[in-house]
Design a protein around this ligand. Structure first.
Ligand code: AMP
Ligand code: GLY
Length: 417
């Protein structure tokens, strides 16, 4: 099977790494990719938001499947363009991707499907904003309606900050605050059949102890030893299957990866958000644990044959990933700094720990930073404590001037609290 993966982050590096280990994959291409992906796939230049260009590249390469990683191309209709060219695509249509592209649309689908989520108002005027903030009280939760790379949400006790963020957006969703731990649960679906993956937890704040601004994600781990054993089944029945059924009923079936961001509140599971693609950095730990070769299940989702696909097989091992971010991330990150120590990790920590690249590029013999989140250092172990130790030992070998990372990824879960 010949594959083309679209994207350039650590999520796409994790996807490409798994695909490169799949015996059914005979050729692996990625566009635009990064310096790490170049080690497992052939890179191509393409404007990832241009559906025609992606479809033309896939046709030229003779791809049997195109996997679209990030949300922006999906919302721009890139998966549709690939399918129109007669090539199976893993990823939802432009219309179904609105589940991520518009928080107001997601709320409407959830209401129609009876999916539990925070009560909310959609506001377009300062008066509506004031009323909604007043109705819910503090802490205020204010979400830009559109795509914002994980940075469009402000959760604050400060009314002025909440109002300022709301008024800076064209359309906002203001909602009730959800307490309790967060879980990311992904499901692969062909629009009818839904196959859940293993749950993971992401660390969204920039600093230890969940302090600092929201980011795209600073680390993740899986499994969740503290979660109820029937969590996946409950989310399947109350969230994932009803949402997929509702979108099919509307004539806009969702195929690809449905990501449920959940809060486990004192009143039960609630959806915080949906995404229309694999999460980053959760994918790094989920795929580290997946034993079933990846290409076949993605192709089955793209071709509508998931019902016939054998059950997924999972490793009992735990996985932890720690993101190394550039100086000043998540504000304007500094780029162009050389990254050292990657060879040392490869020599001393493989196969239990490895480095997935996000914002990196090659400059002559050097690999330099090229984005906010630069590396996702991933490790496995028989339990979370061992996986953490390995991940942080590898992190310590890497040198990137001005970089920062959290030191508490999976710490509480590993300690059993
Ligand atoms: P989102 O982009 O919707 O995932 O929001 C980013 C982060 O903001 C989430 O991971 C939560 O940590 C936080 N957040 C979003 N909505 C809520 C809510 N209703 N209550 C509490 N925290 C929230
Ligand atoms: N880890 C959060 C996201 O992928 O949106």
């Amino acid at each position: 099977m010949k594959l083309l993966v679209i994207g350039s982050g650590a999520r796409e590096h994790a996807l490409c790494r798994s695909l490169s280990l799949d015996p059914d994959v005979t050729a692996l291409h990625c566009a635009p990719g990064n310096a790490g992906i170049a080690e497992v796939a052939e890179l191509h230049q393409v404007d990832a938001l241009d559906g025609k260009a992606v479809a033309a590249l896939a046709t030229k390469l003779g791809a049997d499947l195109v996997v679209v990683g990030p949300e922006a191309p999906l919302v721009a209709g890139v998966a549709d363009a690939v399918r129109e060219a007669g090539i199976p695509a893993f990823g939802p249509s432009k219309e179904a991707a609105q589940l991520e592209g518009s928080k107001a649309f997601a709320k409407e689908v959830m209401a129609a499907a009876g999916v539990p989520t925070a009560r909310s108002y959609v506001c377009t005027t300062p008066e509506e904003v004031d009323e909604a903030l007043d109705a819910f009280g503090t802490p205020y939760v204010v979400k830009d309606d559109g795509l914002a790379a994980g940075k469009g949400v402000v959760v604050t006790g400060d009314l002025e900050k909440a109002t300022a963020h709301a008024n800076a957006c064209d359309r906002v969703v203001i909602e009730e605050f959800l307490d309790g731990p967060e879980v990311s649960l992904f499901a692969i679906t062909d629009g009818t059949t839904v196959v859940p993956l293993q749950p993971a937890q992401d660390f969204k704040r920039a600093l230890d102890g969940d302090e600092g601004p929201n980011t795209g994600g600073m680390g993740a781990y899986s499994p969740l030893p503290w979660a109820e054993t029937d969590l996946v089944e409950e989310v399947m029945n109350t969230v994932l299957q009803p949402t997929v059924d509702e979108l099919r009923r509307r004539g806009t079936p969702f195929s690809g990866l449905l990501y449920a961001g959940l809060a486990i509140t004192s009143r039960g599971v609630r959806v915080i958000e949906f995404n229309a693609r694999f999460g980053d950095p959760e994918t790094q730990v989920v795929l580290a644990r997946l034993k079933t070769p990846l290409a076949g299940v993605l192709l089955a989702a793209a071709q509508g044959t998931l019902a016939d696909f054998p059950d997924l097989r999972w490793s009992e091992d735990a996985a932890v990933t720690v993101v190394i971010a550039s100086h000043n991330y998540p504000a304007t990150p500094r780029t162009g700094d050389p990254i050292e120590g990657l060879d040392e990790v490869a020599a001393q920590d493989a196969p239990y720990a490895y480095v997935l690249h996000a914002g990196t590029r090659r400059e002559g013999d050097a690999i330099v930073s090229a984005g906010g989140r630069v590396l996702s250092v991933t490790a496995s172990g028989t339990d979370l404590a061992r996986a953490r130790e390995r991940a942080y030992a590898a992190v310590d070998r890497i040198r990137l001037d001005g970089s920062h990372h959290r030191t508490d990824i999976a710490a509480k879960a590993a300690a059993g609290s």
